[in-house]
Structure formats: C-alpha cells, structure tokens
Design a protein around this ligand. Structure first.
Ligand SMILES: Cc1cc2nc3c(=O)[nH]c(=O)nc-3n(C[C@H](O)[C@H](O)[C@H](O)COP(=O)(O)O)c2cc1C
Length: 308
C-alpha cells in the first residue's frame, strides 16, 4: 500500500484546482490546502471563504495553518474546526520571509518551547487528527535536531519532511542524509517530500526508504497531473495522453474562472500560472505562447495549439 499526498502550493492548488483535479485524476489520497494565516490581526478572509467552499465537499481535504505561537495556532485551529474539518496540518517549513520574519514557518524550527506550547493546545483538541510539515532546517541541514524532541512529543499522525533548508527554499541539493536520520529517530510516521517527478522517482524513494509512510508531491503533480494515477495503476501514460489530460484539467479550471471573474486581465492572472511547471511536457514554444498571451483570445489559441 502506498500513500500519495498532494502538497500545498500557495497560488496554485486552491479549492478550484483541487476539486477539478480530484474529479479527473485518481491516485491522490489527500489534498493539503495552502496555508491559512492571520493577516492584520484577523484570519485572512479569503482563506476562510475557500475553506468553507462547497468545492471541498467529497474530497479528502486537509487544511494547513501557519502560526507564530500557541495563540495564533489556536485561533486558526478553531476556525478550521468550525468549518467542519477534523484534520489540521501544521506548517513549520515555509521559508518565505513574509512568514519567517513574523516567527512563522521554518522560523519555528529553532523554537522548541513554542512547539511545546502548541502541543499543549493540541492535546485540548483530542478529536482532531494533526499532522506537521517541516524541512531539514532554517539555515543548516541539521537544524531539525533543535526541535526533534519537541516534534516527537507533539500528538501527530504524521510528519512530512522536505530535505532542504529554508535558505535553499525549493531548489538545490537534497539533504538525503538528514532525511535518513530524521526517519530513524522520528516517533511519528514520516512522509517524504521533494522532487518526485515520475512514477520511477516514487518507486525509487519507496525502495530506498521502506520505512516511509508515504510521499507528498507538489510540483511533480502540477507538471504531470496524472502522476499519482500512473504510479498507482502501474501504467505509464503516453506523452500525448498526458498532454490531453493536462489541457482538459486547465480548461475546466479556466471555465470556472471565466464564469466567476471579470475581464481578461483578472481571468488570465488565474489561468497562466496553471502552466508554470508544464514546460517539460508541452515544450518551450507552447509554454511561451501561453505566458505571453495578454488576451483570452490569444490564450485560447495558444492552448488549442498544444492540443492539436
Ligand atoms: C509556489 C509554492 C508554494 C508553496 N506553498 C506552500 C504552502 O502553502 N504550504 C506548504 O507547506 N508548503 C508550500 N510549498 C512547498 C511545497 O508544499 C513542497 O514542500 C515543495 O514544493 C517541495 O515538494 P515538491 O518538490 O514535490 O514540489 C510551496 C512551494 C512552492 C514552490
């Protein structure tokens, strides 16, 4: 049995994307929402509205929260519970300065005392299944050691681990030694996350680390939405089939935004990013034509040219 989780990707995997992906593709066991946060002293309204959207219904959706302390944690956790969810993912891996300078995301990896206070709050919510997403450190690859004990003491169903530092963000060499050590010492089931792009990549990671409880995939699924289905079914799709499936996904998402938003500029600001990670599949020319489209007419012409 394998477990494949769709990683949260702020700006990409919103409720619209997740609902259409889940309808068109099999193989993903759960979809994690991009992080929900406090902004100007209040839970961000857009985050709360997306959490409550009926598009989440019938899909295994795990809301993720980002917080600087036990108080922010509790406020956000209560909102998620009020919206009817019984699972919450805790983000202590985000490397973006907008969050880390507020003491959130991977900035928490050097604050075991804050995690202990958060764990106290978690214990007061025994009906909720909590998970956590982290990286190997904020600055150095062994930063995880500082909070390893605090993480082990938290009531968690699983920990997803991305073996890069906050400084590296999402590129550069993977610290697989750190992952290996983390896996050995973790009291919780561990999910591997990072750079899985093909069914063979998924098979390799399971073969190298049989102790993992699953994998979490972000950009690999954006680039190849059928990746989980291909892996689970054991059948690799042809390039043509993958392209058709990608076009269908992005066109169906496009229909929602064209119905709900007004004006080419606003609609295109949602549609063009859908193709950001797809250049290896659709090719440089098609990718450039889509990203250069400044009207819906040109956009549709560029998409039609890929599908031909
Ligand atoms: C544009 C972008 C947005 C992201 N947003 C989030 C987020 O909201 N929450 C989170 O935990 N991780 C976020 N991540 C990290 C991904 O979930 C994932 O850990 C990372 O991309 C590595 O996995 P991958 O190589 O499979 O993409 C984001 C990454 C990118 C590139």
């Amino acid at each position: 049995m394998t477990t494949i989780l769709f990683a949260p990707l702020q700006g990409y995997t919103d409720h619209v994307y997740r609902s259409i992906h889940a309808r068109l593709f099999k193989g993903v066991d759960a979809y994690y929402t991009p992080f929900i946060r406090i902004e100007k002293g209040e839970p961000r309204r857009q985050d709360v509205a997306r959490l409550q959207s009926p598009l989440n219904e019938g899909i295994n959706t795990v809301p993720q929260i980002i917080f600087s302390d036990a108080d922010e944690f509790r406020r956000l956790a209560d909102i998620v519970v009020e919206a009817g969810y019984n699972e919450i993912d805790l983000n202590i891996g985000c490397p973006f300065p907008m969050q880390t300078r507020r003491g959130r995301g991977c900035a928490l990896m050097s604050h075991p005392e804050t995690l202990a206070a958060v764990a106290e709050q978690m214990r007061q919510m025994p009906q909720i299944k909590f998970s956590l997403k982290m990286r190997c450190g904020e600055v150095g690859a062994d930063g995880w050691r500082e909070t390893a004990e605090a993480v082990n003491e938290m009531p968690l169903a699983q920990v997803a681990f991305h073996p890069r530092t906050g400084k590296q963000k999402y590129d550069g060499e993977l610290a697989m030694d750190a992952f290996s050590e983390f896996l050995t010492q973790s009291k919780h089931p561990v999910i591997y996350n990072g750079d899985l792009h093909t069914p063979a990549d998924i098979a390799d990671i399971y073969a190298k680390y049989p102790g993992i409880a699953g994998v979490m995939i972000g950009r690999g699924l954006l680039a190849r939405p059928s990746l989980a289905e291909e892996f689970v079914s054991g059948e690799e799709w042809t390039e043509q089939r993958r392209i058709s499936a990608l076009v269908r996904l992005n066109e169906e998402i496009g229909e929602v935004y064209e119905r709900d938003l007004c004006g080419d500029v606003q609609i295109l600001s949602k549609l063009r990013p859908l193709w950001d990670y797809t250049e290896p599949l659709i090719g440089r020319r098609a990718w450039k034509a889509i990203h250069k489209a400044h009207s819906l007419r040109n956009y549709h012409a560029a998409v039609a040219a890929i599908a031909d």
